[in-house]
Design a binder for this molecule. Structure first.
Ligand code: M6R
Length: 370
């Protein structure tokens, strides 16, 4: 069933482009309007939503964090992201106008299920973003937006992440459409950009393998890694750190780049590997410059820096020791491409160390206990 691939993880990373494309499929009409009739929540109910709370665990929670940046920008309503296991123990504020979005690949994660039950008991609506048809979480939700990544076998989630992020974008655009917070043209523009993402992911898969493998070989004996990013690069940094931790058993910490000077920079010593997600040099240039100065700061303390950056970014080329390139795309959509080299990097590290990348120790594919 691995279709000739050495591992499910390898196969599934190579299915990232299809996971995005298939999740978009059939979710818009020929005019370019978003059509989510299948979720079965009346547009009026969507119109009344004044807050979103995403509940999820692990990788799904990082997809939720990406959703926060996009949905707040497009829909102008607050989006909170809460680890599902923390949610119901803190007396969250839930009203009938709160939309709780439960993100889960398996649809069986007990922590997430308990959080959504709590939300429904308090009178909020729950929409599941789920990859598994008919699983418990979508069955117990008021509505469901399926990701179409296909079955994910490897314990480390890869193609499900890009599909979850895609589904969250669709939800955001749909809300913007029914609430009128974006012009139709703007929605069509984002949708066109989204449709171009599978080819951009494919470009990363086709062109960056060699430098990623080289970096993995070079870093094989590193004891720890820091991952940092800003804005939507922050959840990508967290996800890259989680991947490496899960399958290569390396201590990693992912954090927001702005936190460096508030503590983590104390960890940086000669040779410490630091992976930095660099935002596009176009657009929000202050963001780009701040992240680049983060690279300079850690380099000045001897760090070995790996950047994920937009093709041709002269600063990334100049300051980072190794660059994993990705094609240009709008900042809000960049997690779909930025995460790909980090998935490959974690897999290469684990393979080089001789670990079973599909079945890492101590972990199960779906966590059905609280
Ligand atoms: O099936 P779920 O999406 O609910 O699973 C949530 C997490 O357990 C999961 O994403 C976990 O963090 C993965 N092993 C990450 O690779």
């Amino acid at each position: 069933e691995k279709g000739g691939w050495p591992s499910f993880m390898d196969k599934e990373i190579h299915e990232d482009p299809a996971a995005v494309a298939d999740t978009l499929l059939g979710r818009f009409d020929e005019k370019g309007d978003i059509v989510l009739d299948e979720v079965r929540i009346e547009p009026d109910a969507f119109r009344s939503v004044d807050k979103i709370i995403v509940v999820a665990c692990g990788t799904a929670s990082y997809a939720g964090l990406v959703a926060k940046y996009a949905i707040e920008h497009w829909v102008r309503i607050p989006v909170e992201v809460e680890l599902a296991h923390e949610f119901r123990y803190r007396d969250p504020i839930l009203t009938p106008r709160t939309l709780v979005v439960a993100i889960s690949q398996s649809g069986e994660t007990m922590d997430t299920l308990m959080a959504l039950r709590h939300a429904r008991e308090q009178g909020s609506r729950v929409l599941a973003i789920c990859n598994t048809q008919g699983a418990t979480i979508p069955r117990e939700s008021d509505a469901v937006l399926y990701t179409h990544a296909g079955p994910e076998i490897a314990v480390a989630s890869t193609k499900a992440f890009v599909a979850q992020v895609t589904a969250a974008y669709l939800l955001g655009l749909y809300l913007a459409q029914v609430k009128g917070t974006m012009f139709r043209d703007e929605i069509h523009q984002v949708l066109d950009n989204l449709k171009a993402m599978p080819d951009k992911i494919q470009w990363v898969l086709d062109t960056q393998r060699e430098s990623i493998e080289r970096a993995a070989k070079r870093m094989l004996n590193a004891h720890s890694f820091l991952f940092l990013g800003r804005h939507v690069g922050y959840p990508v940094a967290m996800e890259g750190a989680l991947k490496l931790k899960e399958i290569a058993y390396t201590f990693t910490e992912g954090f927001a780049a702005g936190e460096l000077k508030h503590g983590p920079i104390a960890l940086v010593d000669e040779g410490e590997p630091v992976v930095v997600i660099v935002p596009s040099a176009r657009g929000r240039d202050t963001l780009h410059n701040k992240v680049i100065s983060g690279i300079e700061e850690v380099k000045a303390r001897g760090a070995y820096t790996i950047a994920v950056a937009e093709e041709g970014d002269p600063d990334a080329e100049r300051y980072a020791d190794i660059v994993f390139w990705r094609p240009a795309c709008p900042t809000l959509l960049s997690p779909l491409v930025d995460v790909v080299p980090l998935q490959l990097f974690a897999m290469d590290m684990a393979n080089l160390k001789g670990y079973d990348v599909d079945k890492p120790r101590n972990l199960a594919k779906s966590v059905t206990v609280e």
